[in-house]
Design a protein around this ligand. Structure first.
Ligand SMILES: Cc1cc2nc3c(=O)[nH]c(=O)nc-3n(C[C@H](O)[C@H](O)[C@H](O)COP(=O)(O)O)c2cc1C
Length: 327
């Protein structure tokens, strides 16, 4: 009998599959459907730092950021009026009341402002953990990499300070010293989610206008998290949750072999429907049986770099071998 249980940030998950922050987890009803489809946990659709700041600023217009910029001011004021914070806290409480799997609140953020106190409110509303989705686009040529990295640490420390529940940080792969950064950041949080998928732009050449690129990932996008999870597993403190490009059971197995303790899925559920969680789990179970594994811990991390007899295979030498063989 195969046992699919795993532990993620100290939370007991009945299966390693987490439905990622998205429209699939936007309400208590949606969360209930995820739980019925055998998800091990859900990450609620994110609330934005700007929404929390706008809520805090209601009635204190003088402190609103963007006071000098009418468009930004109106946008933020609009957020303040739509009760986003209150509704988010209600969703956490309602979701916790209807499912018995962990419900992880998610905050999309780019700075360590006053909003970090919201994490405590999310905890009080019943959140099992917090996931911070942070991507600070390095667009400003005056801002150094070190300054940008510091902001990630500031956010992690502020939120950590505000709560006692576990905190995960979902980051992107675009750091010049990713291993060093990830190891240091892992000392501040309970888990790293590798990786987020920053929203992408495209050009409409007929209208000569900017358009959003597809939000749905491709299966080949698993390659980036796979490489880095296998390199970082055993080196970072705490857990790693795999995210981006996990479209089927094979990808889940790969992420676990790389060392992840949980695996997040999103695009594949948009494409195939929630029932696909059951298909992924059936494929995982069948593979474990065929390999003679009865628990995830028996094979988790087997293919991480630290467990390899040929660690150089994860690095440049592999590319050299392949490249020099290609004519
Ligand atoms: C429609 C849609 C909405 C999303 N909303 C959020 C969100 O609110 N917060 C967040 O952190 N990520 C959000 N994401 C990103 C996903 O959580 C996930 O990181 C990304 O889709 C990569 O995983 P995948 O390859 O399994 O899709 C969204 C993705 C999609 C497709």
């Amino acid at each position: 009998m195969v046992d699919l249980r795993t532990r993620y940030m100290g939370l007991e998950l009945r299966t390693p599959l987490i439905v990622s922050a998205s429209g699939l987890t936007k309400s208590a009803d949606a969360v209930k459907e995820c739980a019925a489809a055998d998800a091990g946990a859900v990450v609620l659709k994110s609330i934005f730092e700007e929404q929390i700041e706008a809520d805090l600023a209601t009635g204190e217009d003088a402190h609103l950021p963007g006071r000098q910029l009418p468009e930004a001011y109106d946008f933020i004021k609009g957020h303040g009026r739509d009760r986003a914070v209150e509704r988010y806290l209600e969703t956490i409480a309602e979701a916790r009341a209807v499912v018995d799997i962990p419900v992880i609140a998610s905050i999309h953020c780019v700075s360590a402002g006053n909003w970090t106190h919201f994490a405590r409110k999310a905890q009080d509303a019943g959140a099992s953990a917090i996931e911070l989705n942070v991507f600070i686009p390095p667009m400003d040529p005056r801002r150094t990499g070190a300054e940008i990295e510091r902001t990630y640490f500031d956010i992690a420390r502020e939120v950590r300070h505000a709560v006692t529940i576990p905190v995960a940080m979902k980051i992107g792969p675009y750091f010049s010293g990713l291993s060093n950064f990830a190891v240091r950041l892992s000392n501040e949080v309970d888990a790293l989610v590798l990786f987020n998928r920053f929203f992408r732009l495209d050009f409409d050449i007929d209208r000569m206008a900017l358009v959003p690129a597809s939000m749905i990932s491709e299966p080949s996008e698993i390659e980036m998290p796979l490489r880095w999870i296998s390199i970082l597993s055993g080196r970072v403190h705490g857990d790693i949750s795999a995210s981006t490009g996990v479209h089927d059971g094979r990808a889940v197995i790969k992420a676990l072999l790389a060392g992840a303790t949980s695996v997040q899925v999103c695009s594949t559920l948009y494409e195939n429907g929630l029932w696909y969680l059951a298909k992924i789990l059936a494929d995982l179970r069948a593979w474990m049986e065929s390999q003679g594994f009865s628990t995830i811990e028996e094979f988790r991390g087997r293919m991480r770099q630290l467990a390899s007899s040929d660690p150089s295979a994860y690095e440049r030498v592999q590319f050299m071998k392949i490249h020099t063989g290609i004519e």
